[in-house]
Design a protein around this ligand. Structure first.
Ligand code: ASP
Ligand code: MG
Length: 411
């Protein structure tokens, strides 16, 4: 008999009918003999509705009070699901974050979990009950309600699985797993049976939105096997784990991620002297702007060009700061571009294979797509290209790295 944590997202509990369906599903698992802890999100749209309400009172609601309010979304779903289970003859009990005691720090709206008391849950499981816990919320040491940031129920699920040493944390959602890339862009994208925490983390931070990034970090840190599954379709889903199998068939690249969220800034004709990179990026970080990719060119005529990317929302702000810097250090000019996109190939297989980057560049060259910037890590190569070529680039790379699903006969 195993202990499994099952997390159901907002769309999976979006209506009373769906909550009844979730109850049926949980009941089946329970009848299979496993101990089940369920974590639920608010009904889909509910958290947004609550935030909108708060904003009608104040553009910047007091963070503590906002938490008191948005945490109610999950409180409704835990009660409804527990009722639906009890109606089916499945003993169940619901708990808020405060009642379990999911202890967090006091950073309202983005709190971090410090400790979870597992006593009460274990006692309930022992008594044969399904335990239904509110996702996204906790309590600080002073008894204030806190929330974990948008999408935080995933993290609640993983944290509970870690605390209870569960066999697996199953994340039920509206997709049937993690894909090689976004199927809306590449119809031949395939569901991955397995992916490592590291790869998933890269995919998530690069724009694949299946899981909250923090939940993947947490799962990796505590080695909690995570499985992404469709709430209402049968299937094995995608298992996210630590192990990297060295198998011959394993593709070198696991997935292709992309985003359109960045903008590029270049400061040209910068005097090539020590301390210049700091002079350029110091004021940017002082303005609380996060920098992603950075490229500095080799100097000629004693000056250099320096390019970096920021989130598109920060572009105007960054441009203003950089223009000021340019005047101060006597740089020639500042230019910017918001019509860029970042495409990345991700895979632990890169560690043991040479020529991955050149294969990527070759595929882009064949489509006459110009590469503006490049950055690499141990398991990732990212390029910045013109935004209008994004979909073409993703498709070309998906094919070049043999990720396309085999077309069946007659298709
Ligand atoms: N209800 C919260 C949100 O919408 C938490 C979650 O769904 O994971 O962000
Ligand atoms: Mg969610």
């Amino acid at each position: 008999m195993a202990l499994i944590v099952q997390k159901f997202g907002g769309t999976s509990v979006g209506t009373v009918e769906r909550i009844e369906q979730v109850a049926e599903k949980v009941k089946k698992f329970r009848e299979g003999g496993d101990d089940i802890v369920v974590v639920v999100s608010a009904m889909s749209g509910e958290t947004n509705r609550l935030i909108d309400l708060a904003k009608q009172i104040s553009e910047q609601p007091v963070p503590r009070e906002l938490d008191v309010m948005v945490s109610t979304g999950e409180q409704v779903t835990i009660a409804l699901l527990a009722m639906a289970l009890i109606k089916r003859g499945v003993p169940a009990v619901s708990y808020t974050g405060n009642q379990v005691r999911i202890l967090t720090d006091s950073a309202h709206n983005k709190a971090r979990i410090l400790q979870i008391d597992d006593q009460k849950i274990r006692a309930d499981l022992k008594a044969g009950r399904v335990v239904v816990v509110a996702g996204f919320q906790g309590v600080d040491e002073h008894g204030n309600i806190t929330t974990l940031g948008r999408g935080g129920s995933d993290t609640t699920g993983v944290a509970l699985a870690a605390a209870l040493k569960a066999e697996e944390c199953q994340i039920y959602t509206d997709v049937d797993g993690v894909y090689t890339t976004d199927p809306r862009v590449v119809p031949q994208a395939q569901r991955l049976d397995k992916i490592t925490f590291e790869e998933m983390l890269e995919m998530a931070s690069l724009g694949s939105k299946v899981l909250q990034i923090r939940s993947v970090e947490f799962a990796g840190k505590y080695n909690v096997p995570l499985r992404v599954l469709h709430s209402f379709q049968e299937g094995p889903g995608t298992l996210i784990t630590l192990d990297e199998e060295e198998s011959m068939e394993q593709p070198i690249i696991s997935g292709i991620a992309f985003n359109r969220d960045e903008a590029k800034l270049t400061i040209r004709g910068v005097p090539d002297i020590p301390g210049v990179a700091f002079k350029i990026l110091g004021p940017i970080s002082a303005a609380n702007i996060e920098v992603d990719m950075i490229v500095q060119n080799v100097a000629h005529d004693n000056t250099t060009d320096f390019t970096f990317t920021v989130h598109r929302n920060d572009y105007q702000n960054a441009l203003r700061v950089l223009e000021q810097t340019a005047r101060e250090i006597g740089a020639r000019e500042v230019i910017g571009d918001t019509k860029i996109a970042k495409v990345s190939i991700v895979g632990v297989g890169m560690r043991s294979h040479a020529g991955v980057a050149s294969r990527m560049f070759e595929a882009l060259a064949k489509e006459t797509i110009n590469i503006q910037m490049i950055s690499t890590s141990e398991i990732k190569v990212s390029v910045v290209i013109e935004e209008k070529y994004l979909e073409l680039a993703v498709r070309a790379l998906h094919t070049a790295f043999e990720l396309d699903a085999p077309t069946r006969q007659g298709e």
